[in-house]
Design a protein. Sequence first.
Length: 148
Amino acid sequence: MIQDVAIGLGLAVNLLFTEAFGLPSGGFIVPGYLALYLHRPLRLASTYAIALLTWAFVRFVLAKVLVLYGRRSFALSLLSGFFISLAAEQLFMAFPGLPLEFHPIGHLIPGLLAAGMLSEGVFKTSLSSLLGASIVRIILVLLGAAVI
Protein backbone atom coordinates (compact mmCIF):
# COMPACT_ATOMS: atom_id res chain seq x y z
CA MET A 1 0.00 0.00 0.00
CA ILE A 2 2.72 2.47 0.97
CA GLN A 3 4.54 1.75 -2.31
CA ASP A 4 1.44 2.65 -4.31
CA VAL A 5 1.01 5.92 -2.44
CA ALA A 6 4.70 6.76 -2.87
CA ILE A 7 4.57 6.08 -6.62
CA GLY A 8 1.41 8.17 -6.99
CA LEU A 9 2.93 11.04 -5.04
CA GLY A 10 6.10 10.69 -7.11
CA LEU A 11 4.07 11.04 -10.29
CA ALA A 12 2.46 14.22 -8.98
CA VAL A 13 5.76 15.70 -7.79
CA ASN A 14 7.46 14.86 -11.08
CA LEU A 15 4.64 16.52 -13.02
CA LEU A 16 4.88 19.59 -10.79
CA PHE A 17 8.66 19.81 -11.21
CA THR A 18 8.41 19.39 -14.97
CA GLU A 19 5.64 21.94 -15.45
CA ALA A 20 6.71 24.56 -12.91
CA PHE A 21 10.49 24.39 -13.14
CA GLY A 22 11.27 22.41 -16.30
CA LEU A 23 13.12 19.84 -14.19
CA PRO A 24 12.11 16.27 -14.95
CA SER A 25 13.36 13.98 -12.22
CA GLY A 26 14.67 11.08 -14.23
CA GLY A 27 11.36 9.39 -14.94
CA PHE A 28 7.84 9.52 -13.61
CA ILE A 29 8.22 6.70 -11.11
CA VAL A 30 11.76 7.53 -9.92
CA PRO A 31 10.94 10.00 -7.08
CA GLY A 32 8.43 7.61 -5.54
CA TYR A 33 10.82 4.66 -5.53
CA LEU A 34 13.73 6.75 -4.27
CA ALA A 35 11.53 8.13 -1.47
CA LEU A 36 11.02 4.60 -0.17
CA TYR A 37 14.79 4.16 0.20
CA LEU A 38 15.96 7.55 1.49
CA HIS A 39 16.78 5.93 4.82
CA ARG A 40 19.15 3.50 3.05
CA PRO A 41 22.03 5.60 1.70
CA LEU A 42 24.00 2.62 0.36
CA ARG A 43 21.07 1.59 -1.82
CA LEU A 44 20.80 5.18 -3.12
CA ALA A 45 24.55 5.38 -3.73
CA SER A 46 24.65 2.11 -5.64
CA THR A 47 21.61 3.14 -7.70
CA TYR A 48 23.24 6.42 -8.69
CA ALA A 49 26.59 4.70 -9.32
CA ILE A 50 24.95 2.27 -11.74
CA ALA A 51 23.00 5.13 -13.33
CA LEU A 52 26.29 6.97 -13.90
CA LEU A 53 27.90 3.84 -15.37
CA THR A 54 24.90 3.44 -17.65
CA TRP A 55 25.02 7.10 -18.68
CA ALA A 56 28.74 6.82 -19.48
CA PHE A 57 28.27 3.58 -21.41
CA VAL A 58 25.45 4.97 -23.55
CA ARG A 59 27.07 8.36 -24.07
CA PHE A 60 30.67 7.34 -24.69
CA VAL A 61 30.36 3.82 -26.11
CA LEU A 62 26.98 3.31 -27.77
CA ALA A 63 26.77 6.87 -29.11
CA LYS A 64 30.04 6.30 -30.99
CA VAL A 65 28.60 3.41 -32.99
CA LEU A 66 24.87 4.23 -33.12
CA VAL A 67 22.77 7.27 -33.83
CA LEU A 68 20.96 7.86 -30.54
CA TYR A 69 17.95 10.10 -30.11
CA GLY A 70 14.41 9.91 -28.74
CA ARG A 71 12.98 6.48 -28.09
CA ARG A 72 16.12 4.68 -29.22
CA SER A 73 18.23 6.53 -26.66
CA PHE A 74 15.62 5.94 -23.96
CA ALA A 75 15.26 2.22 -24.74
CA LEU A 76 19.02 1.66 -24.86
CA SER A 77 19.43 3.50 -21.55
CA LEU A 78 16.83 1.26 -19.92
CA LEU A 79 18.28 -1.89 -21.45
CA SER A 80 21.86 -0.97 -20.59
CA GLY A 81 20.87 0.01 -17.06
CA PHE A 82 19.04 -3.28 -16.67
CA PHE A 83 22.04 -5.37 -17.72
CA ILE A 84 24.60 -3.29 -15.80
CA SER A 85 22.37 -3.53 -12.72
CA LEU A 86 22.11 -7.32 -13.07
CA ALA A 87 25.86 -7.64 -13.61
CA ALA A 88 26.59 -5.44 -10.59
CA GLU A 89 24.22 -7.46 -8.44
CA GLN A 90 25.98 -10.71 -9.44
CA LEU A 91 29.36 -9.10 -8.79
CA PHE A 92 28.28 -7.92 -5.33
CA MET A 93 27.02 -11.39 -4.49
CA ALA A 94 30.42 -12.83 -5.46
CA PHE A 95 32.09 -10.78 -2.70
CA PRO A 96 30.53 -11.79 0.61
CA GLY A 97 32.38 -9.04 2.52
CA LEU A 98 30.37 -6.25 0.89
CA PRO A 99 27.37 -4.91 2.81
CA LEU A 100 24.08 -6.45 1.71
CA GLU A 101 22.65 -2.97 1.28
CA PHE A 102 25.00 -2.18 -1.58
CA HIS A 103 22.77 -3.06 -4.52
CA PRO A 104 20.57 -0.83 -6.66
CA ILE A 105 16.92 -0.01 -6.20
CA GLY A 106 15.35 -2.26 -8.81
CA HIS A 107 16.79 -2.90 -12.24
CA LEU A 108 14.95 -0.18 -14.16
CA ILE A 109 15.49 2.84 -11.89
CA PRO A 110 19.18 3.24 -12.84
CA GLY A 111 18.27 3.14 -16.54
CA LEU A 112 15.53 5.71 -16.06
CA LEU A 113 17.95 7.97 -14.21
CA ALA A 114 20.56 7.49 -16.95
CA ALA A 115 18.01 8.40 -19.63
CA GLY A 116 17.24 11.58 -17.72
CA MET A 117 20.94 12.29 -17.35
CA LEU A 118 21.41 11.94 -21.10
CA SER A 119 18.69 14.43 -21.90
CA GLU A 120 18.87 16.89 -19.00
CA GLY A 121 22.37 16.45 -17.63
CA VAL A 122 23.80 14.53 -14.71
CA PHE A 123 23.58 17.32 -12.13
CA LYS A 124 20.04 18.46 -12.97
CA THR A 125 18.66 14.93 -13.03
CA SER A 126 20.39 13.88 -9.82
CA LEU A 127 19.36 17.01 -7.96
CA SER A 128 15.74 17.01 -9.11
CA SER A 129 15.27 13.29 -8.48
CA LEU A 130 16.63 13.53 -4.93
CA LEU A 131 14.66 16.69 -4.25
CA GLY A 132 11.50 15.07 -5.60
CA ALA A 133 12.12 11.97 -3.51
CA SER A 134 12.60 14.13 -0.41
CA ILE A 135 9.31 15.93 -1.03
CA VAL A 136 7.50 12.61 -1.51
CA ARG A 137 9.05 11.30 1.71
CA ILE A 138 8.00 14.42 3.65
CA ILE A 139 4.43 14.08 2.35
CA LEU A 140 4.39 10.41 3.35
CA VAL A 141 5.53 11.30 6.87
CA LEU A 142 2.93 14.08 7.11
CA LEU A 143 0.25 11.64 6.01
CA GLY A 144 1.29 9.45 8.91
CA ALA A 145 2.38 6.58 6.72
CA ALA A 146 4.65 4.04 8.36
CA VAL A 147 7.57 4.40 5.95
CA ILE A 148 9.54 1.23 5.55
